[in-house]
Design a protein. Structure first.
Length: 296
């Protein structure tokens, strides 16, 4: 594995949705998430991280050092127990081992960081405490994402559909079709912002240059292997990266985010495609020591 990253990064992701539901809200009948005060659409950080995890799992196929900790049908305790086995302990003998070796907690945490990409990247809470005391600690990851928010307020449209698949034998005697509904956003462009701490990478998880390149690849392609009828047409349109010259950075992150301006063209009333927006990066607001990269 390559060396740990030495530079701080911030980044802006622009992605859009067409005739789909980018992130349903289970508390609102799975309608697209929305800020009730402003009408702007929301996509949670958890949703975006799930897409990144799924992409890494797809391309790496559980290769050594690139497994995924938070995944479907795999209890967290099963993965936690692997760390205990690696040091020759169980949840029943760990207390005695800690008395002999004060570095046991660090060894367990290091094992999890080395073997699981998402722990090394996003961190994890691995204090499960089931029955005994499976406890691999808590890791604060160097990569953090905020909620994505739409550039303009969105309209959630409920579309009625019919289907020929009848649920029960009794219903089939009386009808040949059933009604259904889908919640979609006709079009919306979303903006998400993220942070990468080289300091946490060095001190905590060992997030490396190879991990960084895989992260960029996963962000760019996170919707390419996640297509479904419910999500419609989704794509990452821009990935703007700010690379600082040193570990602790050269300026506050908000100044870099403020330099990225996204707005609808003046002659467009209702945006229905990415070309209806103008994206401008004002480099006069960015210190010369910071490198600006456009990954898409």
């Amino acid at each position: 594995m390559s060396e740990v990253i030495k530079n701080r990064y911030e980044f802006v992701i622009l992605f859009d949705v067409e005739n789909g539901n980018p992130n349903g809200d289970p508390d609102a009948g799975n309608m697209p998430r929305i800020d009730p005060e402003s009408g702007y659409g929301l996509v949670t950080d958890v949703c975006l991280k799930r897409k990144i995890r799924n992409y890494v799992e797809t391309v790496k196929e559980d290769a050594q050092g690139y497994r995924i900790y938070i995944k479907e049908d795999v209890p967290l305790n099963r993965s936690d127990n692997e760390a205990y086995i690696s040091i020759g302990a169980t949840d029943k003998t760990i207390k005695e081992l800690k008395k002999k070796d004060p570095d046991v907690d660090r060894k367990i945490c290091d094992y999890m960081c080395r073997n699981f990409f998402d722990i090394r990247t996003f961190g994890a809470v691995m204090t499960t405490f089931v029955k005994a005391a499976l406890n691999c600690g808590q890791v604060r990851g160097p990569v953090q994402l905020g909620f994505a928010r739409s550039i303009d307020p969105i309209i959630s449209q409920e579309v009625s559909i019919t289907r020929v698949a009848i649920t029960t034998e009794k219903d089939a005697e009386n009808k040949s079709t059933e009604m259904g509904r889908k919640n979609i956003v006709p079009y919306a462009l979303y903006r998400a912002e993220g942070y990468i701490s080289a300091n946490l990478a060095r001190k905590v998880t060992g997030f490396s240059e190879d991990d960084l390149e895989l992260l960029w690849e996963a962000i760019i392609n996170m919707f390419e292997h996640d297509h479904s009828a419910a999500r419609g047409k989704m794509a990452v349109r821009r990935l703007i990266v700010f690379k600082h010259s040193r570990e602790l950075g050269d300026c506050p992150s908000y100044k870099l985010f403020d330099a990225v301006d996204v707005k609808r063209k003046e002659d467009v009333v209702y945006a229905r495609r990415y070309g209806d927006y103008i994206v401008n990066v004002d480099k006069s607001m960015i210190p010369e020591t910071i490198e600006v990269m456009d990954k898409v």
